[in-house]
Design a binder for this molecule. Structure first.
Ligand SMILES: *[C@@H]1O[C@H](CO)[C@@H](O)[C@H](O)[C@H]1NC(C)=O
Ligand SMILES: *[C@@H]1O[C@H](CO)[C@@H](O)[C@H](O)[C@H]1NC(C)=O
Ligand SMILES: *[C@@H]1O[C@H](CO)[C@@H](O)[C@H](O)[C@H]1NC(C)=O
Ligand SMILES: *[C@@H]1O[C@H](CO)[C@@H](O)[C@H](O)[C@H]1NC(C)=O
Ligand SMILES: *[C@@H]1O[C@H](CO)[C@@H](O)[C@H](O)[C@H]1NC(C)=O
Ligand SMILES: *[C@@H]1O[C@H](CO)[C@@H](O)[C@H](O)[C@H]1NC(C)=O
Ligand SMILES: *[C@@H]1O[C@H](CO)[C@@H](O)[C@H](O)[C@H]1NC(C)=O
Ligand SMILES: *[C@@H]1O[C@H](CO)[C@@H](O)[C@H](O)[C@H]1NC(C)=O
Length: 512
């Protein structure tokens, strides 16, 4: 397997097939297995991979680390819907974490969910296994309850609702499995860990390849560490990055209302949350270790691709925003991506702009399947073998501001369209935190251009090559040519579907 090359035009399966014919073997070759580990809210900007030395050693050092991996939307349900469908938000139409925003709704079940990547893998011979958080509204009564098993999955262990560590229910193949708060039986990351190892051990003599998705609650709130890790990292504090505890003066309305400097109790909370986030990741690192060792012990490791990523980034005090995602800045849209597997050079890194919508077409490509026309993303396999030299020059990020009528403890915001208001009623979201951005990247330059849908039609523009921390909004000072070009490209990409979302540097602006 190691010597096989993967290329865009010749899918890996064809290579295996040709290899078998030529070598005259009568033994049926097994397609590669795929393991996909997806964490919740794990950042890159705040060194979110640091507490995971085993994942680094067993996945990154054995394969490729992507330095520029972005999500389509910095919020769980829209981002996860993109991962599953290979589509941008404007095509899957899951706009927020509520059922009214199509999150795991009956509408989603009747449309996009029928075309998620596992449906194609399963239809083409893969055994498919899922454990952990799926979509925030999964399993609730109005969405079909735990009896609804999303199509494409042979073994289904889906968490009802949003990430938690104790006191939850899983749908175990359509039957409710209740969990309380006994660490050794119920800690969700460890439950996923045990179910995964158990499944892998049973695959040892299987004739079908498998696809496994492990979707952990870590390191999402409520950041509950396992008891043995409650005291780790006591001397750590949240990184004082260049944008920590400063005021985003030239930024959109919501950022401008943050309080700078942040009060000491807010900073203490930020440091506590930071430590607890890292502590929850220690249990994920244990899971990675056991999964890789089980693959090795059962003789499956050499024929298995392992992907490691997250659904969105995170901020803790950047531009004085206490804690959340849901912003257009790189700290919220950038996530880790490690991949190891046959044909991928150990300890390699790649700088191309890649996206969460690329995962679905990559999984299909590795299985020897063509991506359906509905997929907006691109297969990463040419990058695995260093055959992609200009993969993508523009990333699109879309977000619809969440809002609530009543915010407990902050009566001044009654019916104002605000949300996620924490300590001192600093709000992290509002109806008008609705935006679309393009983030361009070529060898010469890198810009971010964001258009907010608010009363001011506010625009933020950053020259990322010279200002990677997005400190200076150049919307009012950049050259009109650049602004016109970027706004045109944003307008075009916001309407793209399928192949015309594949922007390579030769992509020409069309229309208008
Ligand atoms: C990868 O690099 C690390 C140093 O970061 C080194 O310890 C390790 O041996 C290398 N692994 C491989 C497989 O080359
Ligand atoms: C939900 O999805 C349906 C069908 O895809 C779409 O027509 C509708 O506009 C979506 N709702 C929202 C709030 O985006
Ligand atoms: C779990 O539920 C029990 C019973 O309702 C409650 O006492 C306990 O505080 C909950 N534990 C957690 C960690 O939420
Ligand atoms: C927790 O589960 C373990 C293993 O099943 C059991 O031995 C222990 O008694 C349980 N603890 C409590 C407090 O119920
Ligand atoms: C796999 O096959 C071997 C040889 O037939 C057998 O001894 C072993 O029990 C099987 N293992 C599983 C998990 O089915
Ligand atoms: C957690 O802290 C304990 C006690 O200091 C230490 O022994 C252990 O190595 C730490 N674990 C990790 C994974 O850092
Ligand atoms: C989600 O989107 C729907 C449709 O736009 C909207 O009605 C609902 O209020 C949104 N939910 C939140 C929490 O913002
Ligand atoms: C954004 O929404 C808030 C809450 O409704 C409002 O107070 C503020 O003026 C709005 N700002 C803009 C620029 O739309």
């Amino acid at each position: 397997m190691e010597s096989l090359t993967i290329s865009r035009t010749v899918p890996v399966l064809t290579n295996i097939f040709v290899f078998i014919l030529l070598s005259g073997s009568s033994v049926a070759a097994k397609q590669s297995n795929i393991v996909f580990i997806l964490t919740d809210d794990q950042d890159v900007a705040l060194f979110g991979q640091y507490p995971m030395p085993k994942a680094k050693q067993l996945i990154a050092d054995q394969g490729m680390t992507f330095m520029n991996m972005f999500v389509t939307s910095p919020l769980c349900c829209p981002s996860r819907s993109s991962i599953l469908t290979g589509q941008y938000l404007h095509n899957h139409l899951v706009t927020n974490n509520s059922v009214t925003g199509n999150c795991s709704s009956v509408t989603w079940q009747k449309t996009s969910e029928l075309n998620t990547f596992p449906t194609y893998l399963q239809a083409n011979g893969y055994s498919t296994f899922f454990a952990g958080k799926y979509l925030n509204e999964y399993g609730f009564h109005q969405n079909g309850g735990v009896r609804h098993i999303p199509p494409g999955w042979d073994v289904w262990n889906g968490l009802v609702g949003n990430s938690v560590y104790y006191n939850y229910s899983l749908s175990a193949n359509g039957v409710e499995e209740k969990h309380g708060q006994n660490y050794s039986q119920d800690y969700l990351t460890d439950v996923i860990h045990r179910k995964a190892v158990n499944y892998l051990q049973k695959q040892v003599n299987a004739t079908r390849p498998f696809f496994m998705m492990l979707s952990t609650p870590a390191c999402h709130a409520p950041f509950t560490p396992a008891p043995q890790y409650e005291k780790n990292f006591t001397n750590q504090q949240a990184p004082r990055t260049k944008h920590f505890n400063i005021h985003g003066k030239d930024k959109h309305w919501l950022v401008d209302q943050a309080v700078t400097p942040m009060p000491q109790d807010t900073i203490n909370m930020i440091d506590d949350d930071f430590r607890n986030r890292w502590r929850t990741l220690l249990s994920v690192d244990d899971m990675v270790d056991d999964v890789v060792n089980t693959l090795k012990a059962t003789g499956q490791l050499d024929n298995t691709y392992i992907f490691y990523s997250s659904d969105n980034g995170y901020h803790l005090g950047q531009f004085s925003l206490p804690f959340d995602k849901r912003q257009l800045y790189d700290f919220d849209i950038r996530v880790p991506l490690y991949v190891r597997g046959p044909g991928i050079k150990p300890n390699s890194t790649n700088e191309e702009s890649v996206m969460s919508i690329d995962l679905a077409p990559t999984f299909l490509d590795l299985a020897g399947l063509h991506a359906p026309a509905s997929f907006d993303g691109l297969s990463l396999t040419p990058i695995f073998t260093n055959q992609a030299h200009s993969f993508r020059d523009k990333v699109l990020v879309e977000y619809h501001g969440e809002h609530l009528n009543v915010i407990p403890g902050c009566p001044q915001y009654l019916n104002q369209g605000m949300a996620n208001c924490g300590k001192h009623c600093v709000c992290e979201d509002a109806w008008n935190n609705t935006f679309a951005c393009i983030r361009t990247q070529t060898a010469q330059e890198s810009y971010k251009y964001c258009a907010l849908q608010d009363n001011d039609n506010f625009v933020e523009v950053y020259d990322l090559k010279n200002d990677p921390y997005e400190l200076v909004n150049i919307a009012k000072i950049a050259s009109p040519d650049i602004l016109t070009q970027l706004s045109q490209e944003l307008a075009d990409l916001s309407l793209c579907a399928g192949a015309n979302c594949h922007t390579t540097p030769s992509f020409k602006v069309v229309g208008k």
